[in-house]
Design a protein around this ligand. Structure first.
Ligand SMILES: NC(=O)c1ccc[n+]([C@@H]2O[C@H](COP(=O)([O-])OP(=O)(O)OC[C@H]3O[C@@H](n4cnc5c(N)ncnc54)[C@H](OP(=O)(O)O)[C@@H]3O)[C@@H](O)[C@H]2O)c1
Length: 305
């Protein structure tokens, strides 16, 4: 048995990792979940710690107490515009806390798996391979790249798992994403503004969670790109949601990114080349259509419970 500590277990990815572990899909891990505040998954089938990764002494104490072999750091400030408005806060969570985790892992030879993003790239030449040169266009991307750079110099086993536009349903519905956002707004007849000049490869949260656990299980060090396999414009993603749920397309307003006036600039076309994940992790992502079907099943289950 290996002891696995996950940070940010209340988040979208964290809850999906917890789900797979609770289902027994990775029986070789003894699981310790941690996040800020109370446990939102609350299955009582594992240890849970209320742990803020910016409280460095608390993190050290937790790791000394539980002696994990592997840590998956999913905790982050992941709202891109909030990072742009509050760069000091973003730095604290997305860089300084990671530096602290690295130091603790180095002293104990713990395998540190860190989540990163397509936003380390500028979006001029997507899709990207793992060793393409990062060149972020906003604070979130800069801070995620700074953390990656620290990891790459770390003297402990390390992995960087980059991902793109994650979607999925949580049983407490505590996280929205592009699919739920578009579905909910259009079902309520609310007009939405959607950009037609950005391209992404949306990632089903379940696929990402499984890939992270395979990285942990196989001690797969280095950088891995994990996303869906299909490239869409943001407009096309929303149009696929409209078609799937038979919603009224007249409520979407297609716009250029500049018109939205968001705090943070976005890379134009990201996307990943997934060959390394296929080869080293036996990664098999769902198509976007399959992902939508899974979301339907999960929403139906929630409504009936
Ligand atoms: N979601 C995406 O589209 C996407 C795309 C690319 C990369 N990523 C990366 O993937 C990782 C996971 O993202 P996600 O979608 O699961 O994000 P998420 O849903 O926002 O989850 C992050 C979790 O971390 C927790 N957290 C925040 N600050 C913390 C702190 N100081 N100490 C402990 N916990 C803290 C959050 O707590 P609260 O619940 O209390 O807020 C939340 O539960 C992140 O590294 C993110 O940058 C995500």
């Amino acid at each position: 048995m290996k002891r696995l500590l996950v940070t940010g277990s209340n988040g979208l990815l964290g809850q999906k990792i917890t789900d797979l572990l609770v289902q027994g899909q990775f029986p070789n891990f003894e699981y310790i979940a941690s996040s800020r505040g109370a446990d939102r998954f609350d299955a009582k089938a594992y240890h849970y710690l209320d742990l803020d990764i910016t409280h460095h002494a608390q993190v050290l104490k937790a790791i000394e107490t539980y002696s994990p072999d592997i840590i998956i750091n999913t905790a982050a400030m992941a709202n891109v515009d909030a990072c742009e408005r509050e760069p000091a806060k973003s730095y604290e969570v997305n860089v300084a806390a990671v530096a602290n985790l690295i130091k603790i892992c180095e002293d104990r030879n713990i395998h540190l798996i860190h989540l990163s993003t397509d936003f380390v790239f500028d979006g001029e030449e997507g899709p990207y391979e793992e060793d393409d040169r990062p060149n972020p266009v906003n604070i979130y991307g800069e801070h995620k790249m700074a953390a990656e750079n620290l990891l790459q110099q770390a003297a402990c086993p390390w992995s960087i798992v980059r991902t793109i536009l994650v979607y999925g349903v949580l049983r407490d519905l505590s996280r929205s994403n592009i699919v739920l956002w578009a579905k909910n707004a259009l079902e309520n007849g609310q007009p939405i503004r959607v950009v037609n000049d950005q391209w992404r490869m949306p990632t089903l949260a379940e696929d990402l969670a499984k890939a992270c656990l395979v990285v942990a299980e196989r001690n797969a060090t280095g950088i891995y790109h994990i996303s869906g396999k299909d490239m869409f414009s943001i407009c096309e993603i929303v149009e696929a949601v409209i078609e799937h749920y038979r919603l009224d397309a007249s409520f979407i307003c297609k716009e250029a990114s500049e018109a939205l006036n968001q705090d943070a600039k976005r890379p134009k076309r990201t996307g990943f080349i997934l060959d390394k994940a296929y080869e080293k992790l036996d990664y098999v992502p769902h198509s976007f259509g399959e992902g939508l079907k899974l979301i339907d099943e999960q929403l139906a289950k929630l409504q009936s419970s």
